[in-house]
Design a protein around this ligand. Sequence first.
Ligand code: ATP
Ligand code: MG
Length: 642
Amino acid sequence: MRLKTHLLLWILLATVVPLTALTLGATRYSEVVYREGVAEDIGATLNTVVGEISRRLQSDQEILRGLATVPALQDYLPVMATAARGDLHPDFFERTARLAGFLGTFQGIVPGFAIIRVLDRSANTLVKVENRRRSPNVFDGIESYPYAEVELNNAEFVAGLEALPAGEVTVTLLPQSRIARREAGQSLPLLDYILPLEAEGERLGYLAVNIRGEHIDHILDFAPRVYQGQLLIAELNPDDPARDGVLLFDDAGGSRFSDPKTPAEHMDGVLGGRLSRAVAERPFGLVEDRGAGRAVYYTEFLPYPDQLVSWVVAMGVDLQALGAPFAGIRLAIWAFAGLAVLLALLFSTAAARTVAAPVVRLAAGLKAFADGDRRRRVAVGGMDEVRELEESFNYMADTLERARQERDHAERMATQSAKLASVGQLAAGIGHEINNPLNNILQLAKLAERGLPEGAERARQDLRDLREETLRASRIVRDILNFARQVPPRRERFEVGPWLEETLDLARQVAARARVRLQAGSAPGLELVGDRGQLQQVLVNLLLNAVQASPAESMVEVAARAGDGALVISVADRGPGLPETDRDRLFDPFYTTKPVGQGTGLGLSIGLGIVEHHGGTLTLENRAGGGAVATIRLPPDADGSE
Ligand SMILES: Nc1ncnc2c1ncn2[C@@H]1O[C@H](COP(=O)(O)OP(=O)(O)OP(=O)(O)O)[C@@H](O)[C@H]1O
Ligand SMILES: [Mg+2]
């Protein structure tokens, strides 16, 4: 997986996901708490409505009981007693008119009492007042009594009336109301009240009232619609299937208690029948239809404690409106989460670039180094960890390179030593064998020269040449023996400046003959510990090589200085430079490019042997601008490797 993806995943897992989950969880929790509050508020509202309706229905009954005691009605009781015997009371019309007048006035004050009737014992209507107007009493034929309405031949109803307890209001449905319901399709939401009228223990008739629901509407109109809820009241009536489930009051559909003509809607229409099913299971609770986005809180109560009728008071709320603030918060959370993901993406890309770039560079460096580019190092910079890595790489490369150089050097020394050893042995053997005859030749040549007569100049010259050549041969033999002997260096501390001058003096004669100038420069106070003579021999060999390579009138520069913890002595000339071929054989014993008689090819190999015994190095390179430079590097105390 790529670094960027890794970083992104980590950021998402460590921050965005838990934060989003947390905030969403907190929002969900707040919503649940809020919904509980909503349920409480609505429940309280519903209970208030129920309480007020119940109190109002109860007080209607109290008012009815009070109505029975007013003088206009008490004065009417004798009329009723007369009527009970089938006679017409002398003041019948006058008292009937007075009572009707009073009841009309009363209706003006208590509007819910829509129709007030005074019935005789057989339920014929003696007085009827509706909408503050009295229905006139009529004589239905000569024999008949002046009734406003005649009993409806409902023997069952009349029998029921006789059984009513005295002094108590009974809730019922008058036959007249039942007929009106049937005929007009009216909903007539409220039941009627009936109160027996008695005097001295004798039942004289009844006071009956049809209640209209203006005052209930009034209560409902003023009930608070918390959370923009809509109120509805449905009737559950197992005795009357036609009214079972009818909506008596409904903010949404417009049904009202006082308006019985409204086409009655049914509770089954509310939330697709869910409300009906819920009410059948529990008398209060909550129904939700997420699809329709509505919730209905409801409670059921008995408006008339002695009847089977019950009412369901419910308040429906818009779920979307309720959840709107939370939907807004959720949207904001998702938007923030989206933004965070975007930022995380940008950040991880940038971070991956910063972290990966040096790693990629480092990898390239490693590969190049492994492929043989030994000088390859990486630039150090950036973050601490990366910097450490880069420094480690460079350190490793340096160490490896140093180790390689040391190994090469050791190998070279080993080969050189082996070469020197084998060549040296051979040379030493030959040298010894030749040395004695050469000495003899020299002695004999001397003797012969002494014995020469005066004037034998030619023979004298020949003998002198013979001696010269013999001396040269013995010098070579001495060189070979020196070379073969490999004497270990004697250590002493000496000052470099004077030593350098002394050494140059040894080569001055040869230089002068070749018309080459020698120039020496030494930093003051330089000191060296080593074999003064052996090192001098090395420097002389290098000077001779330089002079031999130099054209006339050119300059050979010798310099001594301290550098890199070593003493560096260089001999530079303006000659033709090193030969192109056999560059690596220059240090081999007996390798020479000089004509026979001029060079034995031992100078450099002897020099190398001595310098390496001092723990130093000897190199030969071409100079920029022409010529060659030989460089001796010696550790300052020349503490040899042996
Ligand atoms: N300064 C120089 N410029 C050019 N070539 C050089 C220089 N020094 C050495 N060489 C080359 O290296 C060869 C080997 O040198 P080395 O000193 O070992 O032997 P030589 O000078 O030829 O003989 P010897 O020193 O024994 O008299 C030389 O023959 C020459 O080709
Ligand atoms: Mg030489």
